[in-house]
Design a protein around this ligand. Structure first.
Ligand code: ASP
Length: 345
């Protein structure tokens, strides 16, 4: 069966060249196509003859270190503008912030029923050993699922080196391995080996019949704080008192533990009186926080604190920014603690 796939190129190593000797910079989609005869002569895409492709570039193309919430909003609008006419979407994106973008998009999209697949590469498409071709081909299978009789993955996902990961569960775990991403607390949504196996029972499906839409606002009044031995949050307390921030992602030790010094109690009560949300997460890549298990986590048993459970750093930060951006103070904490898109167990 024919399927329609929309591909948006945003930049990243996938299409980078070291032209002026200033380090890798993204090239245009035209240069990529020019370089790759298989793409230029349409033989690469002929192989996917059952698919109608739409290509677009999000200008200007960037190193994903330059990604911003405004760009997330522009990507989301591109998907929305093409939503009715396509079966699946591929976003070609740099790997550095790919997990942030995937998490952010997962919250932006309301009632998503089609695959939105993010992918990129560790080696540019211009390199003879590029992983970009495999990653793009694999992403085409997932987004063009209809043509291959595959199960539809109605989620924002990351397709990288034979794995399909839930976008808001993924983290970049290597700067150079082709296996650049992992999903520490959740199984792969699909594996692309000789055969493609979709783990249907894991898929997150929207529970309403409502139409696809966007909620695109993100607040930048948040901070991401990692606790370390001997850390005293006195500057953080001043920041909270000044009301310049509305939320904190607090990366605690182990299962939600903090030093037992009085200053942490002060921080929590200042947060309470200024309605500054705290989303508590763990520094450990695997496992979850369990508030109250140790005496050293009891300070966090407060209504201003949300238990982040096993959420990734990337999902925690984007979720907090998104909740503050889109909801009023009285509703925020309840929404923050919900499992919105399969981001927590
Ligand atoms: N700096 C690059 C980027 O994120 C890294 C990559 O794509 O792998 O755009």
């Amino acid at each position: 069966m024919k399927s329609k796939v929309y591909i948006l190129y945003t930049g990243g190593t996938f299409g980078m060249k070291n032209t002026g000797g200033n380090g890798l910079q993204p090239s245009t989609w035209e240069e990529i196509i020019d370089y790759l005869p298989a793409i230029k002569n349409q033989t690469f895409f002929h192989y996917f003859s059952e698919i109608n492709f739409t290509f677009e570039t999000l200008e200007p193309v960037i190193d994903s270190s330059d990604i911003t919430p405004e760009i997330w909003e522009r990507i989301a609008h591109k998907v929305k503008d093409n939503y009715e006419n396509h079966d699946g979407f591929i976003i070609l994106h740099g790997t550095d912030t790919l997990a942030y973008t995937a998490s952010a998009l997962s919250f932006i999209f309301q009632n998503l029923t089609k695959p939105v697949v993010l992918t990129g590469a560790q080696l540019p498409i211009f390199h003879p050993r590029t992983d970009g071709i495999v990653n793009l081909s694999n992403a085409i299978y997932i987004a063009g699922y209809k043509s291959f009789d595959l199960v539809r993955i109605p989620e924002v996902c990351i397709c990288f080196n034979d794995d399909v990961l839930r976008g808001n569960r993924a983290v970049k775990t290597s700067t150079n391995d082709f296996e650049g991403f992992s999903s520490p607390n959740f199984q792969n949504l699909a594996n692309l080996e000789q055969h493609i196996l979709v783990n249907e029972h894991l898929l997150y499906r929207t529970s309403t019949e409502e139409k696809f839409g966007l909620k695109t606002k993100f607040s930048d009044s948040v901070v991401n704080v990692t606790v370390f031995p001997g850390y005293n949050p006195k500057q953080l307390i001043e920041l909270v008192k000044s009301k310049k921030i509305e939320g904190i992602v607090l990366k605690t030790f182990g299962a939600g533990n903090l030093p037992t010094s009085e200053s942490w109690h002060t921080l929590i009560s200042e947060c309470e009186s200024t309605n500054t949300l705290i989303l508590a997460t763990t520094q450990c890549p695997n496992g979850k926080i369990e508030l109250g298990q140790y005496e050293s986590s009891k300070v966090l048993n407060n209504s201003i604190v949300t238990d982040g459970k096993d959420i990734t750093s990337e999902a925690a930060l984007t979720k907090l920014m998104w909740v503050i951006g889109n909801f009023n103070i009285p509703e925020r904490r309840a929404i923050l603690s919900q499992n919105l898109r399969g981001e927590i167990t």
